[in-house]
Write a protein that binds this ligand. Structure first.
Ligand SMILES: Nc1ncnc2c1ncn2[C@@H]1O[C@H](COP(=O)(O)OP(=O)(O)O)[C@@H](O)[C@H]1O
Ligand SMILES: [Mg+2]
Length: 305
């Protein structure tokens, strides 16, 4: 896939604070890229620099080969941004507010396009209402509608589902997937790992202004994936004195269950533990293995930095 956004050695300094530290990153055409990181990591700052809302202190950003500083108009035209905050003007109607967003980019009015977006976002019935009367969830839908009003090729969503209810979160996820099917490149920031796990083709992890890892989501999950195995015992065990000390193995549930963390299926680790149990006359009723989620991987990475 072609690289669509190219970020080269970008830093951003606020006073003495380095919000971005030498960030380099390529975003590919048509992908969903999730930028994952804790609060204050620099996600909004990076997005703002790409969208031209703030100027990086050093480094270059190109969108389809146009530099964001020297060719602001060309780059900004291609981008739709759903901001983290809710900067909405109160008295405008829902419909007019979307039409205005479209007009900002020099595009002709298109009732068809705006109505289609409002329908997808369940805002069509509210089209003539003033913004201040909308609920928080409706306002967020409107921010998305406004970002799509000029039919951007690239869509940025800055924490799109922070503080929204489950049904709106599902709608937003569906909308993101539909935009991807239409060929739109999507960059979303989130601190919900579940969101990245659900949507992303690739995941970038940012911490203290530095990109610490970029990977295909599936590769990330299989490479770092650890499994946890639970062996349910027939009788309570007091201790594990029958086996050599092993940090990966512990007793839980009052001695009724043996918990094995990070046991590798390819080696014979599990088999030898099962053998050991048999040799010591310890019967068990069930073995369950669960995959660790991207959440565990993320916490591991950020904590071990
Ligand atoms: N306008 C600003 N002035 C001063 N510091 C800022 C400004 N914007 C962001 N920061 C600081 O930069 C860091 C990154 O912030 P931000 O990009 O908003 O993080 P995130 O979006 O990942 O939560 C934080 O330490 C924040 O306090
Ligand atoms: Mg932010």
């Amino acid at each position: 896939m072609k690289s669509q956004i190219s970020i080269e050695n970008v830093s951003k300094v606020f006073g003495r604070h380095k919000a971005l530290n030498n960030v380099s990153l390529e975003i590919k055409e048509g992908e969903i890229f999730a930028l994952l990181g804790p609060n204050g990591a620099g996600k909004t700052t990076l997005i703002s620099a790409i969208c031209g809302l703030c100027r990086q202190s050093s480094g270059n950003i190109k969108v389809n080969n146009f530099d964001t500083l020297t060719h602001y108009k060309e780059t900004r035209n291609q981008i739709g941004l759903v901001p983290q905050e809710l900067p909405l003007d109160g008295f405008e109607s829902v419909y007019n507010s979307c039409q205005f967003s479209r007009g900002l980019f020099g595009l002709k009015d298109s009732r068809d396009h705006i109505e289609k977006i409002l329908k997808t976002l369940s805002l069509f019935d509210k089209r003539d209402e003033q913004i201040f009367g909308l609920s928080g969830g409706m306002k967020r839908r409107l921010l998305i509608a406004k970002a799509l009003a000029h039919e951007p090729k690239i869509l940025f969503l800055d924490e799109p589902t922070a503080g929204v209810d489950v049904s709106l979160r599902r709608d937003i996820w569906k909308l993101i997937e539909d935009q991807k099917k239409m060929g739109v490149t999507i960059i979303l920031t989130t601190h919900y790992i579940e969101e990245a796990e659900q949507l992303a083709d690739r995941v970038g992890i940012i911490n203290s202004g530095e990109i610490i890892l970029v990977k295909e989501k599936t590769a990330l999950m299989s490479e770092f994936s650890k499994k946890t195995t639970f062996i349910r015992l027939s009788k309570k065990l007091k201790n594990l004195s029958f086996m050599k000390k092993n940090k990966k193995i512990s007793l839980t549930e009052n001695g009724m269950t043996l918990k094995l963390v990070g046991i590798n299926n390819r080696s014979n680790e599990l088999q030898s533990i099962v053998n050991l149990l048999s040799q010591n006359g310890i019967a068990f009723t069930e073995i369950n293995t669960v995959d660790n989620s991207l959440e565990d991987i993320f916490l591991d990475l950020v904590e071990t930095q």
